[in-house]
Design a protein around this ligand. Structure first.
Ligand code: SF4
Length: 170
């Protein structure tokens, strides 16, 4: 019952944000097509700042708009999977927040690979490097990235994984 209530609450909140953003787009840009042109053609940092200024739009959503709607290269949205995986691998510092991980991957991944990197990382996080039970807990051979991974926060002996930030505090 509580979960149904919570789900409805989240859906209502999302639809309110979408309506508010759509009204603002029409007020400030005149049409959806004009806003699309802005997203595709203006300076990416400017577009990002404008999107973040819309209430209810966070960094991941803004970056997804830039990447998927704007077709911008060099944008690597950081969702919960990307945030976890690149800190476990040791590519980003264990205590990096979402923006810290974004800084590292956008610096190191070729711009034309960022979109693929984002979607492939999400799939990899679902299929192999999940939050509570990364595949390597069943043996390194279970993960194709094991040779390259620092496994930060993964305790094979205890058969458990914690957020890399928690592991770095110990
Ligand atoms: S070796 Fe483990 S921690 Fe590293 S990427 Fe694979 S599943 Fe994730």
């Amino acid at each position: 019952m509580y979960r149904i209530y919570l789900r409805d609450f989240v859906y209502n909140q999302k639809s309110e944000v979408i309506q508010t953003v759509a009204e603002r787009v029409l007020d400030e840009y005149g049409s959806a097509a004009a806003f699309d042109d802005f997203v595709r053609e203006d300076d990416p940092e400017t577009v990002r700042d404008v999107l973040l200024d819309f209430g209810g739009v966070g960094p991941k959503t803004a970056d997804c708009v830039l990447l998927f709607a704007g077709g911008r290269e060099g944008v690597f949205p950081v969702d919960t999977h990307v945030h976890r995986i690149y800190r476990r691998l040791g590519v980003a510092p264990p205590d990096a927040d979402h923006e810290g991980v974004r800084e590292v991957v956008e610096r190191d991944v070729p711009p034309e690979k960022c979109g693929f990197g984002h979607t492939a990382s999400i799939q990899f996080g679902r299929e192999y490097c999940s939050a509570r039970k990364p595949a390597c807990l069943d043996g390194a051979e279970e993960c194709p990235m094991a040779d390259l991974c620092d496994r930060v926060g993964v305790d094979a002996d205890a058969g458990a994984a914690v957020d890399p930030a928690e592991a770095s505090e110990k």
